[in-house]
Write a protein that binds this ligand. Structure first.
Ligand code: BV8
Length: 302
């Protein structure tokens, strides 16, 4: 079936739209950080020691075995700390600096790479929290921001081990039994002393930050959104997956940037675009008319 927009993957056509645009919204997923070496949730990255990553990302899993869940997050903290923001993160940060009142970036990623790329905090919404925030599991309200301790605590040292390329980290080998981590070896909440400290991420069946969500809704409703960039996400998890259509107005172009766009071409409306490829390669090209060319290290002049 011919796409509704015959120029749905034409970068010059997208640049025409971009240069007429005043308000841009981005919705990012794990695919944006793939070029930084971090696994996505689909495919191989979806399994951690034979556990579905999504099954470990629940309050029930933490209640049942906080040590195992902490090892999962400690491993992801270590991976994220050893990763670097890529040209895609830098391009989005540069767009934010160029469009102070006209660009808002919503991210499902908890890896901390947007802030490390210098993305202005006031134009970034980390919908699902951060691996580097720590909070109380009893919801007493205590939260510690930007904790980059690696390992987070002695009991989690196994997750902060680096192996030579080609070698498998014992922690990742489901054949290797895991030493049980007793609850008492997980730091307690310093505020209520009842709860355990847990990763500051939003788990499935937990609500996102109400104030943040109403702020995003206000930004979307304030004025028409000209372009919505949907970057490296399978758009399966709500409410994040609902924002693109929420922001769509009659002249809005929804622009998919994905290594393997599934069905987006068929679903694309006449003003939409679909670009298949690596976000870290495509974003600098797509945003060049506004942000210019990157420096050799992939960053942009502030
Ligand atoms: C909630 C933090 C109220 C933790 C995460 C409506 C309908 C159906 C279900 C629901 C609904 N509303 C709520 C639900 C339930 C649930 C949900 O959405 N379930 C889904 C699975 C159906 N939502 C919730 O629970 C939310 N809370 O609604 O609270 C409530 C309360 C009680 C009961 C009901 C409701 C909370 C959701 C947040 C969960 N936390 N992360 C952690 O990270 O461990 S979600 C986590 O998974 C990520 O943050 C992300 O959101 C998601 C993974 O998705 P993606 O990032 O898109 O990654 P994925 O691997 O799937 O895709 C990668 C894509 O990139 C692919 O398309 C691939 O082709 C592409 N790609 C790969 N490489 C590249 C690339 N693209 C470009 N370049 C490349 N190089």
């Amino acid at each position: 079936m011919a796409p509704n927009n015959p120029r749905y993957n034409s970068i010059p056509a997208f640049h025409e739209k971009l240069l007429k645009s005043k308000r841009i919204l981005a919705i990012c997923g794990a695919g944006l950080s793939a070029a930084s070496g971090l696994p996505t949730f689909r495919g191989a990255g979806g399994l951690w020691r034979n556990h579905e990553a999504t099954s470990l990302a629940t309050p029930a899993a933490f209640e049942d075995n906080p040590g195992l869940v902490w090892l999962f997050y400690a491993y992801r903290r270590h991976m994220a700390l050893t990763a670097q923001p890529n040209a895609g993160h830098h391009a989005l940060a540069a767009l934010a600096r160029k469009l102070p009142g006209g660009f808002l970036c919503l991210s499902q990623n908890v890896d901390g790479l947007h802030p490390r790329a210098g993305h202005p905090a006031e134009q970034l919404r980390l919908l699902h929290g951060s691996l580097f925030d720590i909070k109380c599991n009893e919801y007493c309200g205590w939260i510690q921001r930007d904790n980059f301790d690696d390992p987070f605590c002695p009991a989690l040292a196994a997750a902060s081990v680096d192996v030579n390329p080609g070698e498998t980290l014992p922690l990742l080998d489901p054949g290797q039994p895991l030493a049980e981590i007793p609850r008492k070896e997980i730091p307690k909440c310093p505020n209520c002393t009842a709860g355990l400290q847990r990763p500051g991420v939003v788990w499935f069946y937990e609500s996102l930050d109400e104030e943040m969500m109403s702020g995003v809704d206000r930004w979307i409703k304030d004025e028409p959104v000209d372009v919505v960039l949907v970057i490296g996400t399978s758009s399966q998890v709500y409410p994040a997956a609902g924002y693109a259509e929420k922001a769509r107005g009659k002249n809005t172009s929804v622009v998919t940037v994905n290594l393997e766009p599934e069905g987006e071409v068929k679903l694309a409306r006449k003003q939409d675009f679909v670009f298949a490829g690596d976000a870290a390669v495509l974003l600098p090209q797509l945003l060049e008319p506004i942000i210019g060319k990157p420096r050799r290290d992939g960053t942009y002049t502030p």
